[in-house]
Design a protein around this ligand. Structure first.
Ligand SMILES: [Zn+2]
Length: 297
């Protein structure tokens, strides 16, 4: 309620966006979660960005276009089913067994980010295309607050994107729903595809709050549906791990991920003996914290 009141007070300048603090009425820049004057919580910056009127309106327009197209092509009911499935989808983070074990090792561990690792001098940026352009892409999507964002993907069948890791941690909805937003696709691919450069505004209508993820998925995938598309095809439409062209809806989570935010882990049986040991350890710790595990193969 407080958040919606605050959003109505957004300044309209495209260059400098500020909102009025709900407590002291001083200005709070977009990238700050807390008012620097009185410390009031202004809401998660990524969620505030997705709730802007122009973002919400642009997404509504995309959904309307998609619905009209689906009606003309005789697949409106299929689109409705896709919306319902996506509205129930989960956030998953795919990573290596080593990283999962690190997070599971104790209640004092948190899932780190690229920036925290580099800033804390526990890793160096790698000499690859992704690390080189990550900062410039993140500065467009999350100006001045990228260090707080953890990345995941949306999933209907609880599986993640294998190029990020063979194991997928499914997160509890209550642990992320207020601070997660969804984005059209891998943000780096999006910026490249739309040829966006530093200083350009982001196209509108490609991000949404967690609650509104069904609309974003319907707008993105609606035109790929036909009257014969079945619900069994939805999971791969939403999250495709194709090595050369992975495609998914990116989830942006503000703040730390704790091991007790994990609801479920899925993946396949490893071949290496060392990995089998790591997996056994991970499964034991997951059971201790009440999470479920599904290992195939
Ligand atoms: Zn204030």
């Amino acid at each position: 309620m407080i958040l919606s009141v605050c959003l109505a007070e957004y300044a309209t300048s495209d260059l400098v966006r500020v909102m009025k603090c709900p407590n002291c009425h001083e200005e709070i820049p977009d990238y700050l979660r807390y008012c620097v004057v009185c410390g009031a919580d202004a809401g998660y910056p990524n969620v505030r960005a997705a709730l802007r009127n122009e973002e919400v309106s642009a997404l509504e327009l995309r959904v309307k276009d998609t619905q009209e197209d689906a009606t003309l092509r005789g697949c409106k009911s299929v689109l409705g089913k896709l919306f319902d499935s996506a509205a129930q989808s989960s956030a998953v983070i795919s990573c290596s067994l080593g990283k999962i074990n690190e997070l599971l090792s104790s209640d004092n561990q948190l899932f780190g980010t690229f920036y925290k690792a580099v800033g804390g001098e526990t890793r160096l940026p790698e000499d690859n295309e992704w690390d080189r352009i990550r900062q410039s892409v993140d500065s467009l999507l999350f100006p001045y607050y990228a260090e707080h964002i953890r990345f995941g993907s949306l999933s209907i069948d609880l599986t993640g994107i294998s190029s990020y890791g063979n194991y997928s941690m499914v997160l509890k909805e209550l642990a992320i729903r207020d601070r997660a937003t969804v984005f059209e696709e891998n943000s780096i691919m999006f910026i490249k595809k739309h040829r966006i450069v530093a200083g350009d505004p982001l196209p509108l209508g490609y991000r949404a709050t967690w609650t509104n993820r069904g609309s974003l998925v319907a707008a993105k995938l609606g035109k790929r549906l036909t009257s014969t598309t079945t619900e069994a095809e939805f999971p791969k439409l939403l999250a495709n791990s194709d090595i050369s062209n992975p495609d998914f809806v990116e989830v942006h989570i503000y703040g730390a991920i704790h091991r007790r935010a994990i609801e479920h882990l899925c993946g396949s049986n490893p071949r290496q003996k060392a990995d089998k040991v790591l997996l056994r350890s991970a499964c034991r710790k997951l059971r201790e914290i009440g999470a479920t595990v599904e290992i195939s193969g």
